[in-house]
Design a binder for this molecule. Structure first.
Ligand SMILES: Cc1ncc(COP(=O)(O)O)c(C=O)c1O
Length: 423
């Protein structure tokens, strides 16, 4: 009997696809995150204390003053023309010359992923992605009946070489988070970006580049998105789909994402969007447009980055001080996440249970795998807590770890021999 039937009784005629879907472990943890006193390292939420409340309020008032009958009316499925223009300008700042017509506004970038899945995938089609990967993308592709081919990653992002060398049929699409990936924090190197594009053209594979975090670079130089590099590779523009969002730098509550697509794919995605929700909310689009044109995002980005840098350092320094060699991680150059692995045999899911009692939570790495997970891995977000709270959260994590007997060589030996960890 499946979970839905266990919960609601046998008469639950849900589709096989939906029954097969796992609930997101991260969403499930959101309830815990609301508990009083809980210091959560679990969410993928941006820092609420950094929202430009005043700037968005002004953009809202301006939209209602200047164009109330546009903001309150239905609009084009592709998005409001003025916002598409503003997003094309944003793309120019990211190094990609795109026309407003190439842009489709979506309800968050999550919807863009869903639309692409529906437009491109038939049941059984192969989707290649990095392992571990952003869970909700896996869910969107799985709902379209995709099968997955996963490649591992390293400090330079997904091991594209493995993908290129893989025997058998080419996948229909490749999905990658190119900058400060969720969950690994890694950025795809320039050499790998170029190699991927060459291969995509040769093998006729759509490359879906998901880039919610690129603007949150706190050190090092930005790399061009694949849609920008496609200029140097004949034929590549035909295969590149770029997806991004205002969620992480402005506000996820606006639900404004976008896709930059070649004409053939844009038309198909717009058809699918018509069937799904007709359009993204006009009011949110008019607000987002005015906000982007106000120049406040550009003014605020340096402060936002400085604050994320401080938080990243607070988390990484505390982890290094508390766990030493028992926990390996790379300091990401941006984004919101640190991906870490225990080297002392600690099981991250067992640690989560103990950490919850101590007043902190994180996401065990298992949540980001479709197959056999890495039990020693965990994702820690530094975005929402101030530096002193991050230090305290790591103290709590260390206490939970001690309770499990972590870093104790005898406990490790026992665990390796298959014994249950002591609580
Ligand atoms: C990699 C990645 N893609 C897409 C999204 C979806 O964001 P939104 O729908 O708010 O734009 C997220 C959110 O956490 C993400 O981490």
């Amino acid at each position: 009997m499946n979970d839905d039937a266990l919960r609601y009784g046998a008469d639950t005629p849900l589709s096989r696809r939906v029954v097969a879907m796992r609930s997101s472990a991260i969403r499930d943890l959101l309830g815990d995150a609301q508990r009083p006193g809980m210091l959560s390292l679990a969410g993928g939420l941006p820092a609420a204390d950094q929202f430009d409340v005043e700037g968005i309020e002004r953009a809202f008032a301006q939209a209602m003053r200047e164009a109330p009958r546009v903001a309150l009316q239905y609009g084009a499925t592709e998005g409001q023309p003025s916002l598409r223009e503003a997003l094309a300008s944003l793309m120019a700042q990211r190094g990609a010359a795109v026309a407003p017509d190439d842009v489709v506004v979506t309800a968050g970038s999550q919807q863009a992923l869903d639309l692409l899945a529906r437009a491109l995938l038939d049941p059984g089609d192969l989707v290649a992605l990095e392992r571990p990967s952003y869970l909700a993308a896996l869910q969107a592709f799985a709902l379209s009946g995709a099968r997955f081919v996963a490649v591992s990653g390293d400090g330079d992002g997904a091991c594209v070489e493995r993908l290129l060398a893989a025997p058998g049929p080419a996948p229909k699409l490749v999905y990658l988070v190119t900058n400060f990936a969720n969950p690994t924090g890694a950025t795809l190197s320039l050499a790998r970006r170029r190699a991927l594009l060459d291969w995509a053209v040769r093998r006729r594979v759509v490359v879906v580049e998901d880039d919610p975090y690129g603007e949150l670079r706190v050190e090092g130089a930005a790399l061009p998105p694949l849609v920008a590099l496609a200029r140097d590779t004949p034929g590549a523009a035909h295969w590149c789909a770029y997806v991004s969002t205002l969620s992480k730098v402005v506000s996820p509550g606006l639900r404004i994402g976008f896709a930059v697509l070649p004409g053939w794919l844009r038309d198909a995605v717009v058809r699918v969007k018509q069937a799904l929700d007709l359009q993204t909310g006009s009011l949110a689009q008019e607000v987002a447009d005015r906000y982007l044109r106000s120049g406040r995002l550009a003014q605020r980005l340096p402060q936002l980055r400085a604050s994320y840098r401080e938080r990243r350092d607070a988390l990484c320094d505390a982890l290094a001080a508390r766990f030493g060699d028992g926990l390996r991680f790379a300091r990401p150059e941006g984004g919101m996440f640190v991906w870490a692995r225990f080297t002392d045999g600690t099981d991250a899911s067992a640690l989560l249970a103990a950490a919850r009692d101590e007043g902190t939570i994180f996401v065990p790495g298992a949540a980001f795998y479709d197959g056999a997970p890495d039990a020693a891995a965990l994702r820690l977000s530094f975005a929402t807590l101030a530096p002193p709270q991050l230090a305290e959260a790591v103290e709590r994590l260390a206490r939970a770890h001690r309770r499990l007997g972590g870093c104790d060589p005898t406990a490790l030996a026992k665990r390796e021999a298959g014994a249950t960890p002591a609580h």
